[in-house]
Design a protein around this ligand. Structure first.
Ligand SMILES: Nc1nc2c(c(=O)[nH]1)N[C@H]1C(S)=C(S)[C@@H](COP(=O)(O)O)O[C@H]1N2
Ligand SMILES: [Mo]
Length: 299
């Protein structure tokens, strides 16, 4: 149901935003997993994506500054070619994987996901990318592995924000292995059918739609499969405010603000706040991963 295309897209094939909007007819549950959703007779919900301008101008990418406009202003100086991703740890085929080589092995598809920042704003983003599981399977996950750790590029000469120790660079994130292998978990390489702009995490970034946005680490250069829960940047910065799991949960407030509602970017001055959904609306798909866990404790 998710429209798939292969990675043979050329510049000429890239869909202009207008055409994207015209040909688009997408329903929420269909993104990726939706087959079972529809087969089960559940009513598909229409997700109206944000505009290109919303997605590319209102960003968090602290390596380029903490202002929402800083990434759009400064991330252009990040060199993204050549790019390779080191995959190491508990894998059968560790090594430096060239980004172009990765692309040639993966099937790029479109996924329209809700995106909810821990700061209580949200967007709907039409991503292009491949399942993280496909990449991990390419490297061959070994028996006994339990977690996956990720690192962003750390290149101070091109990243003015890293002059400030807001976070302990490089930016680091992590997932439990079953979260990483979940079919909703995406490695994004594009938005709106175009290559990912630098400010959104070029050339490839993680997207975990049921978790707060900071888990969706940008411009990934290293993926490590491990049996230990990996340290993560926001958790190291403030463990009381940012847990390892960071699943979107309207019933577990941030110590300094409520998580019950969200402000949809692009909604206009008079748009009301919208209720935040459990697991950001992906409860049916992911709740079973956390069966028996106290989600207030493992926040
Ligand atoms: N390397 C890196 N990844 C990052 C961040 C960051 O500062 N550095 N910010 C995170 C946060 S807080 C959010 S909300 C999302 C924002 O993604 P977007 O700008 O593409 O909407 O990226 C996440 N990934
Ligand atoms: Mo965020």
């Amino acid at each position: 149901m998710a429209r798939r295309w292969t990675n043979t897209l050329t510049e000429a094939d890239i869909t202009p935003e207008a055409a994207f909007w015209n040909r688009r007819q997408i329903m929420a549950g269909m993104a990726g997993l939706g087959l079972s959703t529809l087969a089960g007779g559940a009513k598909a919900e229409t997700l109206e994506p944000n505009s290109w301008d919303d997605v590319t101008s209102y960003c968090n990418f602290y390596e380029f500054g903490t202002g929402k406009g800083d990434p759009a202003a400064y991330a252009g100086q990040m060199t993204t070619e050549p790019w390779s991703v080191r995959i190491d740890g508990m894998v059968d085929r560790p090594g430096a994987y060239d980004f172009q080589q990765i692309l040639s092995e993966m099937t790029i598809e479109e996924r329209i996901y809700r995106f909810r920042c821990v700061e209580a704003w949200s967007m709907v983003v039409p991503w292009n990318g491949f399942e993280l599981a496909d990449l991990l399977n390419m490297a061959g996950v070994q028996e006994g592995a339990k977690y996956v750790a990720f690192e962003t590029l750390y290149r101070p000469s091109e990243m003015p924000g890293t002059a400030y120790r807001v976070l302990d660079w490089p930016y680091r994130e992590g997932l439990r292995l079953d979260e990483a292998m979940h079919p909703l978990t995406l490695m994004a390489t594009g938005i709106f059918g175009k290559p990912l702009p630098n400010q959104n995490g070029a050339p490839l970034r993680l997207v975990v739609p049921w978790k707060y946005g900071f888990k969706s680490i940008k411009s990934v250069v290293r993926i490590t499969v491990t049996d230990q829960e990996p340290p993560t940047s926001w958790n190291m910065a403030n463990a009381r405010e940012y847990g390892f799991y960071s699943n979107v949960n309207p019933k577990v407030d941030h110590p300094r603000w409520s998580q019950a509602t969200e402000r949809r970017i692009g909604g206009g001055l008079f748009a009301g706040r919208e209720p935040t959904l459990m697991f950001n609306g992906y409860e049916k798909e992911v709740a079973s991963l956390y069966e028996g866990m106290d989600l207030a404790k493992h926040f």
